[in-house]
Ligand binder design. Structure first.
Ligand code: NDP
Length: 327
């Protein structure tokens, strides 16, 4: 098999030399194992954290070892009861073309009538993150005003669509006019182009003159500060990600932090893996899809060789919707 390994721990923004493509022999199958040929690989911003040798909620990638990440593959050989050759499965042995895995490490895809790669996006980890963050962590309710950053990304674009399907007013932010137009086409009531030169705090004040009830944070920094500046009484912030600081440990200054006191703002970080029972998620998402309220956009890089390039492009806004690699 061919796999991308971590060649060096990045200092600041990662570069292609931090990754090395190697060839390794795969073992013969033991009882209870399957061989999977990957068809789709996911690259995600959280992987940047795993490139550092620091303690976090997921262990760091090891130097010289294959990287890991979400993937969809086809079982091409099986010694596991109940998993037939030809089954499409999701698993975490991404960044490579093939893997041998115990049956317990692969999940056959649920039959929801969507493309297999949707299980790396709206019907997988990013979709769950959007759903649980919005509805359970932030406890967003119909009629409320929700602000979501990185709204043209995998998580953000799903937040926009779930929030609209649930009867909320939605303000998204994204970089550039084309992405903003797309977020508007998903149903957002207002969109902020944070690259337009206008400050986010000023733009949010214009988009939400009565303030916001919920902030779904994917960015941190000036977006978080702007949300604090415009938070209404009892606003809830779901802190999902802070991509603005992943490559750079620069201190973030929050000018409006103290406003959380008088406005009783609840700020809660979360990890999608905190939520284990996905029955309601699949049911709700299938219903939104059936009602025509779910559009899916993917940015696809072709070929295993392109995986680091696809990953690095996440940090320069190179994706609309989910960033994927197709093998
Ligand atoms: P996206 O598809 O949103 O891709 C990242 C996007 O972030 C880019 O397209 C870019 O869009 C935007 N971006 C990059 N750098 C900056 C910056 N400095 N300031 C503002 N925007 C920036 O990725 P995901 O949807 O997969 O992830 C979104 C966030 O959710 C990330 O922070 C991620 O770490 C987090 N996350 C958290 C999880 C959890 O369990 N807590 C699980 C999954 C994701 P643009 O062109 O608009 O700038």
């Amino acid at each position: 098999m061919k796999a991308w390994t971590l060649a060096a721990r990045p200092k600041g923004t990662p570069v292609t030399e931090d990754f090395a493509l190697v060839e390794r022999e795969l073992p013969a199958l033991n009882e209870g194992e399957v061989r999977v040929a990957n068809r789709w690989l996911s690259v995600d911003p959280y992987m940047r954290g795993r490139m550092n040798d620091t303690k976090s909620y997921v262990p760091p990638f090891q130097l010289g070892e294959p990287m890991q990440g979400g993937a969809i593959g086809e079982v091409v050989e099986s010694r596991a009861d109940g998993i037939a050759v030809g089954t499409l499965v999701s698993h975490m042995a991404g960044w490579r073309d093939e893997a041998v895995l115990p049956a317990a490490h692969v999940q056959p895809l649920p039959d929801l009538g969507v493309d297999p790669q949707a299980f790396l996006g709206q019907f997988g980890m990013p979709g769950m993150t959007a759903y649980y963050g919005l509805l359970q962590v932030a406890e967003a309710k119909p009629g409320e005003t929700v602000f979501v950053s990185a709204a043209a990304g995998a998580v953000g674009s799903t937040v926009v669509q779930i929030a609209k399907a649930k009867g909320m007013t939605v303000i998204g932010s994204a970089g550039g006019a084309e992405k903003c137009d797309w977020v508007r086409s998903l149903g957002a009531d207002a969109v902020i182009d944070y690259k337009s030169g206008q400050s986010v705090v000023e733009a949010l004040g214009e988009a939400a003159p009565d303030g916001i009830d919920v902030y779904f944070d994917n960015v941190g920094g000036d977006h978080l500060d702007a949300a604090l500046a415009h938070a209404r009484q009892n606003a809830r912030f779901a802190i999902c990600g802070m991509i603005d600081v992943y490559n750079d440990a620069k201190p973030t200054s929050l000018k409006y932090l103290a406003r959380m006191i008088g406005n009783r703002v609840r700020i809660q970080g979360f990890i999608f893996g905190d939520f284990k029972d996905h029955a309601a998620f699949y049911r709700d998402m299938a219903a939104i899809l059936k009602d025509g309220g779910l559009q899916r956009e993917e940015t696809v890089f072709e070929g295993l060789e392109k995986t680091p390039e696809a990953f690095l492009a996440l940090f320069t806004g190179g994706n609309k919707g989910k960033m994927l690699v197709k093998l």
